[in-house]
Design a protein around this ligand. Structure first.
Ligand code: ZN
Ligand code: ZN
Length: 426
């Protein structure tokens, strides 16, 4: 960040006091009224209203409940900023005065409690703050600020839904994409990482076929239970024998189901896997190895028909562009000082990168802290961070309202200005 860009950021951030005036109430209201994936209609309505108030062009119903706000400001770089809007089927146990009492009908038709247990309410509120600050200070920068409010991150298909519904036509040519997530780090901190940052996740359902028979007549059967057992054992060699030591990767057999009764040999078995990886070639190698092993074991067992493979609940790899990350990390170091640090490799997954991948633009995705620093330090001193600090998706995940909202708003604004400010020649 050049010193002139740093001074632009300071100028723009002078509007924070005014933004904070509506932001905290907006956040409390959103936290109290969470909505499940693909059901974010109330949230989308409030987001659209706030974007119009900020002076943005607003596009609604992009991929279901998705909303795009555009603050155009002449020729210059186009910066896409993204927040996810959905909540989780979790019963809130934070005890906050604005805790959720909401419930909703889930995808399987049952009534479920709903909670913003992943902090997406903070992401929405911070992005609205950032785009309001930018739209209110157009004399300080040039280009276009695009704010994308995405549905259904938690189920992994909200970003793709927006892309498939023509997001590229709405946003036009984009130069860079930015996103952030509140994490169990001390509130006040921001953390960036270059290269692979969040894992790619794939779930796979494998159906293998045998020939059913009476349990007393194995010679008449092709036993899918034994076949599936051999597959489960052999799959343990994929990570241990085929992936280079030191390369993080996971292959878990989370479910194995076959048969109903002790004396009946069933005619099929179903195996469900979860796979995590941090490089596309590792991911491909794992998927290829699974198919090779399962197919070969089926042949070894004289399986009467080929195995069936179905991939589901897939999240792409989040691999931050080194150049984009360097520029954003530099802007953060300049603005936040010692509160900007490096983010460790995260085991979680995200679908944000589906957007920049589809648009063909580089991106970076960073973390902001949400935990009361005193609570965090106490847990750290006792060596109990993982036990005592509520993590995302926990019923007790309660980001400290401030400075989390201020920092998330500033981080998104400063990162955007690292691109927009550059083009203005200031
Ligand atoms: Zn989540
Ligand atoms: Zn999340």
């Amino acid at each position: 960040m050049t010193s002139s860009t740093a001074s632009v950021a300071k100028q723009v951030m002078q509007g924070l006091g005014e933004v904070r005036g509506w932001q905290e109430d907006f956040y409390r209201d959103l936290h109290a009224h969470p909505e499940l994936s693909h059901q974010e209609t109330r949230t989308a309505g409030n987001v659209g209203d706030r974007l119009r108030e900020a002076g943005c062009d607003v596009h609604t119903n992009v991929g279901g409940t998705g909303v795009v706000g555009i603050a155009g400001n002449g020729d210059g770089p186009v910066v896409l900023m993204r927040a996810d809007m959905d909540a989780l089927p979790v019963r809130e146990a934070t005890g906050l005065p604005y805790a959720s009492k909401e419930s909703a009908t889930g995808p399987d038709g049952t009534e479920e409690p709903v909670m913003h247990a992943c902090g997406h309410d903070a992401h929405v509120t911070c992005l609205l703050g950032a785009v309001s600050l930018l739209a209110g200070s157009r004399d300080q920068w040039r280009g276009t600020a695009v704010a994308v409010f995405q549905p259904a991150e938690e189920v992994g298909d909200g970003a793709r839904t927006m892309v498939d519904d023509g997001l590229a036509d709405v946003v036009g040519t984009v130069d860079v994409a930015l996103s952030q997530h509140v994490l169990p780090l001390p509130s006040g901190q921001v953390a960036t990482r270059s290269g692979p940052t969040l894992s790619a996740a794939d779930s796979m359902k494998i159906t293998v076929h045998g020939r059913g028979a009476h349990g007393s007549m194995p010679q008449a059967s092709i036993d899918p239970v034994v076949l599936a057992a051999m597959i489960v054992v052999r799959l343990q060699t994929v990570i241990s024998r085929e992936i280079q030591p030191g390369e993080p990767a996971v292959l878990t057999v989370g479910s194995l189901q076959a048969g109903t009764k002790s004396n009946v040999i069933p005619d099929q078995a179903v195996i469900q896997l979860n796979i995590r990886s941090y490089h596309e070639d590792t991911r491909t190698a794992i998927l290829d190895a699974i198919k090779r092993i399962v197919t070969a074991e089926c042949e070894a067992s004289r399986s009467p028909s080929p195995p069936e493979f179905e991939l589901f609940d897939q999240f792409p790899l989040t691999e931050n562009d080194p150049g984009v990350t360097e520029r954003v990390a530099g802007a953060f170091a300049s603005y936040f000082g010692d509160d900007a640090s490096e983010l460790p490799l995260q085991t979680a997954s995200e679908d944000f990168s589906d957007i920049p991948q589809a648009l063909g633009v580089p991106y970076t995705y960073w973390g902001i802290g949400g935990i009361d620093p005193a609570l965090y330090e106490k847990a750290k001193a006792a060596g109990r961070v993982s036990q005592d600090v509520p993590v995302n998706h926990s019923a007790k995940f309660a980001p400290q309202l401030q400075p989390t909202l201020d920092i998330g708003t500033a981080a998104m604004t400063v990162a955007a200005l690292a691109w927009l400010g550059q083009a203005s020649g200031t």
